[in-house]
Design a protein around this ligand. Structure first.
Ligand SMILES: Nc1nc2c(ncn2[C@@H]2O[C@H](COP(=O)(O)OP(=O)(O)OP(=O)(O)O)[C@@H](O)[C@H]2O)c(=O)[nH]1
Ligand SMILES: [Mg+2]
Length: 294
């Protein structure tokens, strides 16, 4: 294989919260790297997912959904979106079938960018053919993208086709990462994310949005991997909710996380979880810095 023909590039995945960006990236990767939930604002960082083939390397930046920030953590989340767009070779803009428009700021970027832009209309399993066709037409008119495709990430519909469209737009070049690498984020990050996914799943209202998870220990022994995580909340009342009556809620959450971790790490896992309060951490520069947002 000649290196001249090898294609490499960064694909930034952007769109509103909850439209299925992370589900799409996981489907394109054929592997779950980004956590997914039915609640908006699941992704908080820029998640690198490296998709490798014999003659290409496509580095996805899965980003937080675009929103108007109301606290500092969300400001940091929106900064990640901006950075991902700056670094991109290709923009993959995701909108779902129920959504009327792209967020205004993003819409302007998409309209004026010189980068190849692939628009993905996702969740078409939730709409009828007529709506899908009408939306595709409208998006084509509004944005004039390089290509547009309708998908259902949940049902793996048109994912192979989307992948081909993206690869076509990659610039020629050598790989940025070794071909067996799938992310540049540390294992400890993904461990914390898996636990946060379970918190998104099992707790309601403001709780998932008030939580940060940090992996403090990750020790591999011959028999198992010993992991310790800390869950931080904004207030004492939230700590009580996380733990639940006689610790039942936390136990259920930790057990679900442990099951996923064992699958993901292909090893037996011992998971210890502590809950701590860091008052109003989402607006505190020092805490945000420690948590890797700033
Ligand atoms: N019906 C249907 N649901 C989908 C599809 N793709 C994703 N979902 C669901 O939509 C919800 C949100 O998916 P995510 O992948 O977390 O969305 P996201 O855009 O990454 O969300 P943020 O990270 O919060 O911005 C989850 O419940 C997914 O299972 C799809 O094609 N069809
Ligand atoms: Mg996401």
């Amino acid at each position: 294989m000649s290196t001249e023909k090898h294609k490499s590039g960064w694909v930034s995945v952007v769109g509103s919260p909850n439209v299925g960006k992370s589900t799409l990236v996981n489907a394109l990767m054929g592997e779950k790297l980004s956590i997914v939930s039915n609640k908006p604002q699941t992704t908080r960082h820029r998640i690198t997912a490296i998709c490798n083939g014999d003659d290409f390397q496509m580095v996805f930046s899965d980003t937080p959904g675009v929103l108007r920030p109301t606290y500092k953590m969300q400001e940091a989340m929106m900064k990640r979106v901006g950075e991902a767009l700056e670094d991109a070779d290709v923009i993959m803009a995701v909108i779902d079938i129920s959504e009327k428009y792209f967020p205004q700021e993003l819409f302007q970027k998409l309209k004026h960018t010189k980068l190849p832009t692939i628009v993905v209309l996702n969740k078409i399993d939730l709409g009828d053919q007529e709506t899908t066709a009408r939306k595709l037409e409208l998006l084509k008119e509004q944005i004039n993208p390089t290509a547009i495709i309708a998908t259902s990430a949940l049902h793996n519909f048109n994912i192979r086709e989307l992948k081909e469209l993206l690869i076509k737009q990659l610039p020629e070049g050598e790989p940025y990462y070794p071909k067996d690498q799938i992310s540049d984020l540390p294992e400890k990050f993904f461990v914390a994310e898996i636990l946060r996914e379970k918190i998104l799943m099992y707790y309601q209202q403001e709780i998932p949005y008030s939580v940060e998870v940090v992996t403090t220990d990750f020790v591999e022994t011959e028999k198992l991997i010993r992991i310790r995580c800390e869950i931080f909340v904004n207030r004492h009342t939230q700590k009580a909710i996380i733990i639940g009556k006689a610790g039942a809620a936390l136990k259920r959450t930790a057990t679900a996380a442990r099951h996923d971790l064992e699958k993901w790490l292909a090893a037996k896992v011992f998971l210890e979880v502590d809950v701590k309060v860091k008052k109003d951490w989402r607006d505190n520069d020092m805490h945000l810095k420690n948590f890797g947002y700033l």
